[in-house]
Design a protein around this ligand. Structure first.
Ligand SMILES: [Zn+2]
Length: 335
């Protein structure tokens, strides 16, 4: 397989030979607002973003079972695990085992988080087809979360994106703290737009704008999306909401008005962020799907199946299901 040195040496060579058009064509579905029937895409982040925050190690076979179940619900994208330094994120220490042992359903993408070339090499060996890289709009958060400044992280990600793309691996880019940061407070939307443009230009087919601590409101989220739309096509923008202040669905609704059609959700509302105190959790996928279906959007997802799996993983983790829709529908079905 590909050696690390070879990978590093070929990074700059590859960089010059690829174009944005090619990157975008790696994921051909256009998620823009004017493409026929009303459609929206959900990126399920529960197995990674959700489980990562659990303190007690979750057995690998439960993770695999969980992902295999999710693969049969109609979800098109399931963020599966992280391939990272296992000392920093012990919950994801089995990342390679998980990605190699799950049943990869045709038509479903299984992105994994990859922070650097070393771990990209491990991902390539594990036949990963989709990765995600994660930048931050907050300098302090970047230093605490990935241990380097924003410019340093972008420099590193450029190499990762180049090599990944040259291996036919699609790259998704995250930006955390897009409206607020636990250390810096309010984040300027112009700064978010600058980073989003850089990630797009370096070859990310989609930019997920993450309100990591859930402080956004339709006011701040709409301003931020307006600015990012100036530099990244709206069909390449995704929104990743946390529900700390109960604003997530309002923010998603508001971004629909701006043409955003891709939303990250975590089944049963699993997760939070170990580096962002007070982040109480991702918006539950079931709640997004319930709202989108109610508005006439097709997602391809069977909500009752999703609810069963949300209940399954909540049971495994010995916690209550954080989805209001799942709770309401389960109660209705049991009466
Ligand atoms: Zn999240």
């Amino acid at each position: 397989m590909v050696g690390l040195r070879t990978i590093s040496q070929s990074a700059s060579r590859v960089r010059k030979s690829v174009t944005n058009v090619r990157y975008a064509s790696m994921r051909s579905q256009n998620w823009g607002p004017h493409t026929g029937p009303k459609k929206a895409k959900i990126v399920e982040v529960g197995p990674r973003d959700g489980l990562q925050n659990e303190k007690k190690f979750i057995p690998t076979d439960i993770k695999i079972n969980f992902i295999n179940k999710l693969s049969k619900t109609g979800l098109k994208v399931i963020e599966t695990t992280s391939i990272v330094n296992t000392k920093l994120v012990p919950q994801m220490a089995d990342g390679i085992e998980v990605i190699t042992k799950i049943n990869r359903e045709p038509g479903v993408e299984y992105p994994v988080l990859v922070p650097n070339l070393k771990n990209l090499e491990r991902a390539i060996k594990a036949d990963v087809k989709d990765i995600a890289i994660f930048a931050s709009a907050s300098e302090e958060f970047s230093k605490k979360n990935i241990n380097c400044s924003i410019p340093e992280s972008l420099h590193r990600f450029q190499d990762v994106a180049d090599i990944a793309n040259s291996h036919g691996i699609a790259v998704r880019g995250y930006i955390s703290c897009v409206v607020g940061c636990p250390y810096e407070g309010t984040i300027s939307s112009a700064k978010v737009a600058t980073i989003a443009e850089k990630l797009y230009k370096m070859g990310c087919y989609e930019i997920s704008l993450a309100d990591t601590i859930g402080v956004g409101t339709p006011g701040s989220i709409s301003k931020m999306i307006e600015d990012v739309k100036e530099v990244v096509p709206v069909e390449r923008i995704a929104l990743h909401c946390h529900d700390t202040y109960g604003q997530a669905l309002a923010n998603i609704y508001c971004s629909l008005e701006y043409g955003v059609r891709v939303f990250d959700g975590s089944i049963a509302g699993l997760g939070g962020c170990p580096f962002a105190k007070g982040a109480t959790g991702n918006v539950a996928t079931e709640d997004i799907v319930y709202m989108l279906h109610g508005m006439g959007y097709e997602t391809g997802i069977q909500l009752p199946e999703l609810i069963k799996i949300g209940n399954y993983i909540s049971q495994q983790l010995n916690r209550s299901n954080g989805s209001k829709a799942a709770l309401a529908i389960s109660l209705k079905d049991s009466t």
